[in-house]
Design a protein around this ligand. Structure first.
Ligand code: CA
Length: 555
């Protein structure tokens, strides 16, 4: 997000409206499990109209213009299960955002993209109760029409997350961190906090966030707050963040995880003492910056090289980084997003190429945090997809539709994280309701402004939340034969069978320590025909215990 020198209230409203959004259009050929016409719902402060043809039923609902305006419908599900919610709408006046509330839970934002006709969108997959369920759309921002709600049978998301980082030359520390994240995904949630307010969170929650977030904004020539002769001026400075992050990492014996974003001050300046990373505070043109030979291109390379010097300090110290450049680009409030997706992606590829292939920085895990499909650099260039979540004070909703939107963007092949947040989503609900954010990272003092102290305590003492004091949530490793979980035959050839399907996760690790298979599904067999001969470790996770088996493969 966001920063630092503008008022929190303004930020909140901006981000609430623009940020936490979700949307995809939808082509559905199946029959819905149930549908409800919006015009037949419980309507508050809205009108029924029939002037735009093509609606379903007897009309549609319009006039969502006050924050108290809402539509509530009831949908019936035959059994308690996950269902895909589809909303039929029309929004000819542009992209609009409304709040979605399922069964009186917390609100999450849904973006309805501009359309010229009645359109179906997927609004996420939700665990619904057997019998009646209420779905409410509450006005947030923008006039639009809502026609109908439908639910469809839907499986939980299937995660087939790639086992390797996009950079084949990643350092062993980066690979090891990625394996750790993989091994915890969908069974635990890793805690995180910006450097700012980190100690406060620790004192409230009683445990130390495992991730600590920092910013590179001081480390380029365009930094606009350098203090000189009693006034702000432009200039690079070392504010100590890098040393502090390295020292902290070492103090945790490598259990801590460092993340950096970069509020990249305009490479061409602007007004000293202002946030020149904002689109409205600079004239810097990113479309010129991505063309070789331009002055702007020279300036961005200068800045990337400046950051590379800092990233290299981590590399030589053996510190891997969750590296999150060009964050929130699709919001367009930062200059790197101001000219649309193509220039932004081109800039991303320049950064990726320069840092990876020119500077040989291999300690980076590449994190992308803007959810729009046309802005996405693609699975070949991104390791983790993130969502920056600001749904409003004390709203601990899991933001399922934002999660599902990113899931769809990555085709289920990448880790998904809440890369910034105001309120911390309820960890148990994240895991139970299939929005298993790999980690969260609370933003600065919003952690105490938007979470109650009790909520912070509940989160940090939850056994499914990993902290520095509880880094693995595995309290016990059991080896040898176990009456519930057994593997056979052993030695194995094409396949092993696994008894006991009631586990959180099963994984197979080769002798290089690489995970060659991992699933959270209740499988009863694992294909081993393509494994090279040798010894493997099979770990079966249940609650806070891992049941460990040695497996010999002889093909
Ligand atoms: Ca209707």
């Amino acid at each position: 997000m966001k920063i630092l020198n503008i008022s929190t209230k303004l930020q909140q409203s901006i981000f609430f409206v623009l940020l936490c959004v979700s949307q995809f259009t939808f082509a559905q050929t199946e029959t819905p499990v149930d549908s409800a016409e919006a015009e037949k719902g419980i309507l508050t402060g809205v009108n029924v109209s029939s002037s735009v043809s093509g609606y379903s039923g007897t009309g549609y609902v319009t006039g969502l213009d006050k924050s108290t305006d809402k539509i509530t419908v009831t949908l019936n599900a035959p059994v308690k299960a996950f269902y895909l919610l589809v909303i039929r709408y029309n929004s000819t006046g542009g992209d609009k955002t409304q709040n979605l509330i399922v069964n009186n839970g917390g609100a999450s934002s849904v973006v309805f993209l501009k359309t010229s006709k009645w359109t179906d969108i997927e609004a996420g997959k939700y665990l619904l109760n057997a019998g009646s369920n209420t779905i409410t759309i509450q006005s947030s921002w923008g006039w639009m029409d809502i026609d109908k709600f439908s639910i469809y049978n839907a499986a939980k998301n299937i995660y087939s997350i790639v086992p390797d980082l996009v950079n084949p030359n990643a350092t062993k520390e980066a690979k090891s961190l990625y394996q750790f994240l993989l091994s915890k995904f969908n069974s635990k949630i890793i805690s995180g906090q910006t450097n700012s307010s980190y100690n406060e969170v620790k004192s409230i929650g009683g445990q130390s966030p495992m991730i600590k977030g920092f910013d590179f904004q001081h480390y380029t020539q365009g930094y606009a707050y350098k203090w000189s002769n009693g006034a702000h001026t432009f200039g690079w400075e070392d504010d100590g963040s890098v040393k502090q992050a390295i020292d902290w990492y070492k103090s945790t014996a490598g259990k801590g995880i460092v993340t950096f974003q970069w509020h990249w001050h305009s490479p061409s300046g602007g007004k000293a003492g202002t946030n020149t990373f904002y689109t409205n505070q600079t004239t810097f043109d990113v479309t010129k910056a991505v063309q070789s030979g331009t002055i702007e291109n020279t300036l961005v390379l200068r800045d990337i090289d400046s950051i590379a010097t800092q990233l290299n300090r981590f590399q030589v110290s053996g510190v891997p980084i969750l590296w999150r450049p060009l964050h929130e680009a699709g919001g367009t409030w930062f200059w790197w997003g101001a000219k649309g997706p193509k220039a932004c992606k081109d800039l991303y590829f320049i950064i990726y190429d320069r840092l990876t292939n020119f500077h040989h920085l291999n300690n980076l895990i590449w994190v992308w945090s803007t959810p729009e499909a046309d802005w996405y650099p693609g699975n070949n260039f991104i390791d983790i997809l993130g969502h920056d979540s600001y749904p409003g004070v004390y709203n601990y909703d899991i933001q399922k539709n934002s999660f599902d939107r990113i899931y769809k963007l990555s085709e289920g092949k990448k880790l998904i994280a809440m890369t910034e947040n105001g309120p911390i989503p309820n960890p148990d609900e994240c895991l139970a309701l299939d929005a298993p954010w790999s980690y969260f990272m609370s933003w600065s003092d919003l952690v105490t402004a938007q979470n109650s102290n009790q909520h912070i305590i509940d989160v940090f003492t939850n056994p499914n939340v990993l902290t520095l004091e509880n880094p693995t949530a595995v309290n016990e490793i059991k080896t040898g034969k176990n009456p519930v979980y057994q593997i056979f035959p052993n030695p194995a050839q094409d396949e092993i069978s696994l008894t006991g399907s009631d586990f959180d996760r099963v994984e197979v690790i080769n002798m290089k320590g690489r995970i060659v298979f991992s699933t959270t599904k209740p499988v009863s067999s694992i294909q081993t025909g393509k494994y090279s001969n040798g010894m493997y470790i099979v770990n079966v996770y249940k609650d806070q215990t891992v049941f460990q088996h040695k497996l010999i493969v002889r093909n």
